[in-house]
Design a protein around this ligand. Structure first.
Ligand code: WTA
Length: 636
């Protein structure tokens, strides 16, 4: 099989083969990579514990496949094309050869700081090329990277550093975002002050050069650490199942968990999915607007495109700075061919008005993509008409941090499109829908919980330091299946439409937020006794955060109190988890066993107070009317 499918018929044939002969199917794809030693066994698996191994016995290094392998054929081609936050700022182009040498120098610097194979290295950085270089440098020497999105608070950063006992944290001095200049290193200092005993060194990349506090014991400048390092570095020989990275993500309970991906399977799936979904062609400019702090940036800014030898555009800024035409200005400036963004960005730009799309030459665009949350029909059509000029297929890509890569999506130009549908699974992916009792729903025109019943190469291997949690969260709800936490519908032609989370996770602007985490943060406020957080439909963000709060004292000025609560959440988690709506209540609807009836709270938050269903079995049915009444007075 050729790595890149070219027609819908080829897709169908490949799909069938992937089900009938999964090992043969994946062995063919894996054979297109460089391996130091070929695998002994393509796949061993069981979903009970779970225990999944791909390409075991195989040895390779993912950076050899991202860099060394391309030197002879495309050493002078741009690998990373950097567009800065400021329109007047300096565009940087790193060729494959330059990127290779920078990664090697950085890898050598990390080694000389004592970083060894298997050590964990945390990143807390803006969207600058050094972030990609640093991540690849870790992979080069077999260190495990754990990138934390630079919008998280010091306390979230400290939790993540400590959960995986990172040895080094790599950051920038400051982060330019729109009109702001965010002190990134200061947040790292605050995190370390909270207690991060495993951290030996802080490697600081000079981004803006503004003055900052310096700790002579721990802090090391990136440029000084790299100064006289050799420009080559032997890639560490990694087993296919060695850990490549950890990425923390929120779930319905407890603290965020460290999703673990391993070298071989992740590598194979990242390139395979990139080439097929976007139908990348040699020489094209590809731009994914995500942040490397999320899985989309890992798989589709860094690894997927570089494995495929693509030119990957990295953008430091935000969609609305200096104005809402920024994305389209960048598309014109760099003649972008493939553009991949989130529905929330599309909705925000659509709301800003069509005039911001006008006057830019978008004729280079060939493929458009979306990711992170369901796309509503209105946004889909706007994207198709105003940006794609009805000439570009839109790939609505469904996947998760845990899946490592795109699982359900059209293949651009091959799969028939249906607005708001992620359409069909990639060959090698076997989704199914199940009802609450775990029975698989057969046939089409059904709706249920989305599960995957067979492993794919980049499936989550474990949650760092707590394998039982991985089993419980993903493999215990339904027997012998990976449970996604999403609900979906399958139409008459077998196409999937993702409806949204069926657990207590809310998706705010494409960011996953656990309601329990937000509640814990709110409860830190001294006046709060208890709280319940739910999502509600939000025009731009997809979902907004609605918090019901019980206090043990009169709160006085409501505006001041709400501000304090939002500050508390910002301090503990980060600004992305700030509640949009806060309603002070005297009680929460509870079942006789003391469980909060979230169903009722969700309906009230959505403004749907007519059909609350049977509330007579509640312990305290009288609070429902009070909550309904109170909801009328709150504003977003
Ligand atoms: C949601 C992001 C609808 C879904 C790659 C999933 C989507 C969660 C889509 C994972 C899509 C992602 N349509 N919903 N195309 N893509 N989601 O881990 O609820 O940040 O479970 O990974 O985002 O979010 P995560």
């Amino acid at each position: 099989m050729a790595l890149q499918l070219k027609t819908f018929d080829e897709y169908k044939t490949a799909y069938q083969r992937s089900v009938e002969d999964p090992e043969g199917f994946w062995a063919d794809i894996a054979s297109t990579f460089h391996w130091d030693k070929k695998w002994d066994k393509v796949l061993e698996w069981e979903f009970k514990t779970p225990d999944v191994k791909w390409f075991s016995g195989g040895q390779t290094n993912i950076t050899y496949n991202c860099l060394d392998r391309h030197l002879a054929t495309r050493g002078d081609q741009t690998a990373i094309l950097f567009e800065p936050n400021d329109t007047e700022g300096e565009v940087r182009k790193l060729t494959y050869r330059e990127l290779y040498h920078e990664v090697c120098r950085t890898a050598n610097a990390l080694k000389s700081m004592g970083v060894e194979k298997g050590d964990r290295v945390c990143f807390y950085m803006p969207m600058v090329p050094e972030l990609a270089i640093g991540v690849l440098a870790c992979a080069r020497i077999g260190a495990v990277h754990s990138v934390v999105f630079a919008g998280f608070s010091a306390s979230s950063l400290a939790d993540r550093i400590n959960d995986s006992a990172c040895k080094v944290v790599i950051c920038s001095d400051f982060n330019r975002r729109g009109a702001k200049n965010i002190p990134v290193k200061k947040v790292v200092d605050e995190a370390l002050a909270l207690g991060c005993p495993s951290i030996e060194k802080v490697l600081v990349h000079r981004n803006t050069g503004d003055p900052l506090n310096w700790n002579k014991e721990k802090d090391v400048w990136w440029h000084e650490a790299l100064y006289d390092q050799a420009t080559t570095c032997e890639p560490a020989v990694m087993d296919a199942e060695d850990m490549l990275f950890i990425l923390y993500t929120s779930g319905s309970t407890g603290k965020p968990k460290g999703v673990v991906h391993t070298v071989g399977g992740y590598m194979v799936f990242a390139m395979y999915s990139f080439l097929n979904v976007f139908q990348y062609k040699e020489g094209e400019i590809y731009w994914c607007t995500a942040d490397v702090g999320w899985i989309t940036g890992h798989s589709y800014i860094v690894y997927g495109p570089l494995l495929a030898g693509a030119t990957s555009l990295m953008f430091e800024g935000v969609p609305t700075y200096p104005d809402a035409g920024r994305f389209w200005q960048v598309c014109e400036k760099h003649k972008v061919n493939i553009f991949y963004t989130a529905p929330t960005a599309i909705r925000a730009l659509m709301a800003a008005g069509d005039r911001w799309t006008e006057g830019y030459d978008l004729s280079s665009l060939r493929v458009l993509g979306t990711v992170g949350e369901p796309i509503n029909a209105e946004a889909w059509h706007w994207y198709n008409e105003k940006i794609g000029k009805k000439k570009c297929p839109i790939v609505d890509t469904w996947w998760q941090t845990e899946t490592g890569g795109i699982l359900i999506s059209p293949l651009a130009g091959l799969t028939p499109l249906k607005p708001t549908y992620a359409t069909l699974p990639l060959p090698g992916v076997q989704p199914c829908l199940v009802d609450a009792d775990g029975h698989e729903l057969e046939g089409d025109g059904v709706e249920g919980m989305l599960c995957i019943k067979f492993p794919w190469p980049s499936i989550i291997r474990t949650t760092y330091g707590d394998h039982e949690r991985c089993r419980q969260t993903y493999f215990s709800t339904f027997k012998n299946m990976y449970f996604t936490g999403d609900g979906a519908r399958r139409d008459e032609s077998g196409m999937y439409r993702i409806i949204g989370r069926v657990d207590d996770v809310i998706n705010v602007s494409g960011h996953r937020i656990g309601t329990a985490e937000v509640e814990n943060a709110i409860n830190e406020h001294e006046a709060v006794v208890e709280s319940a957080v739910v999502g509600y439909p939000h025009d731009i963000k997809g979902q907004g955060i609605y918090a019901y709060v019980i206090t043990d004292r009169p709160v006085g000025d409501l505006v001041v109190f709400e501000k304090e609560l939002r500050n508390t959440v910002t301090r503990i988690i980060g600004p992305i988890a700030k509640p949009d709506v806060i309603q002070v209540v005297t009680g929460l609807p509870k079942t006789r066993s003391g469980k909060i009836m979230r169903r009722i709270l969700r309906k009230v938050a959505a403004g749907d107070t007519e059909n609350l269903g049977d509330t007579s079995t509640l312990l305290n049915p009288e609070v429902v009317d009070e909550i309904k009444e109170g909801a009328k007075g709150v504003v977003a």
